[in-house]
Design a protein around this ligand. Structure first.
Ligand code: HEM
Length: 157
């Protein structure tokens, strides 16, 4: 299936990526996780996104799902739903780098009444060759913006 024109610059992102990550935050103990993410083209002008993670012992950790759009001029919009009661409305830029792509997004975050308070996130996805590096910083639970997650993934499909 041929990508719609605005998705062509994102072609290298389409597929499934898996690998290991590390997490932390000023309020919690550091942890490691296994992550698998998929950006899928379904024939419409967006990419569907799913993410699943597991802890070092194989037990399920965080997962999330969303939709990524590119308006054609390097502007990105990424909406995400989290099972912990937050939604992220992220916008940012797509840049081509020497050997790949970089997506840099900042999100406003809404939390349900019983969810942990998260006010903002910054996400980056950097592709070089068949490697995808992800980073997530967040402002949450009264803390200023700080690193929560970093992962190093390789293309599996
Ligand atoms: C790879 C995806 C993620 C993994 C593996 C992960 C894992 C964890 C773990 C293990 C904790 C500590 C235990 C706990 O409170 O449950 C935690 C806490 C937390 N995470 Fe994540 N998380 C992920 C993504 C996210 C995202 C996308 C957000 C926000 C948009 C987020 C927000 C939080 C918050 C607010 C806390 C609580 C901090 C506190 O209570 O001090 N997490 N996460």
């Amino acid at each position: 299936m041929e990508l719609t024109p605005h998705l062509v610059p994102l072609a290298r992102l389409v597929g499934t990526w898996a690998g290991e990550g590390t997490g932390g935050y000023p309020t919690i103990s550091p942890f490691t996780y296994h992550e698998e993410i998929t950006f899928a083209f379904v024939g419409k002008p967006f990419l569907g996104y799913t993410q699943r993670t597991r802890g070092a012992d194989g037990s399920p950790l965080h997962q999330e799902t969303g939709y990524l759009r590119h308006t054609g001029d390097g502007h990105l919009e990424f909406v995400l739903a989290l099972p912990t009661g937050q939604v992220e409305l992220a916008e940012g830029v797509l840049r081509t780098t020497e050997d790949g792509l970089a997506l840099e997004l900042e999100a406003r975050v809404w939390s349900t009444s019983t969810a942990k308070e998260v006010s903002a996130t910054r996400r980056t996805y950097r592709i070089s060759g068949d490697t995808l590096e992800t980073v997530l910083d967040m402002a949450a639970v009264g803390q200023p913006m700080a690193r929560h997650l970093e992962s190093h993934l390789v293309r599996t499909a």
